[in-house]
Ligand binder design. Structure first.
Ligand SMILES: [Zn+2]
Length: 57
């Protein structure tokens, strides 16, 4: 009974996390959502806006 309720909460949490990740992937310079994820020199992840060319990490 309570198990199905917990599963629903987990699914909602996944959706929320996805929404937050997508919201983060917008260019801080121009606000475009056309953002490419690239690997940095030190193995970290950086982002590049394909609309204005701004890059950040
Ligand atoms: Zn941009």
């Amino acid at each position: 009974m309570s198990a199905s309720g917990e599963q629903a909460e987990e699914a909602a949490g996944d959706l929320l996390a996805t929404a937050e990740a997508r919201a983060r992937l917008s260019c801080p310079s121009c606000g475009s959502s056309h953002v490419a994820q690239v690997l940095g020199d030190n193995g970290g992840v950086s982002y590049v806006c394909t609309a204005c060319g701004h890059s950040w990490s």
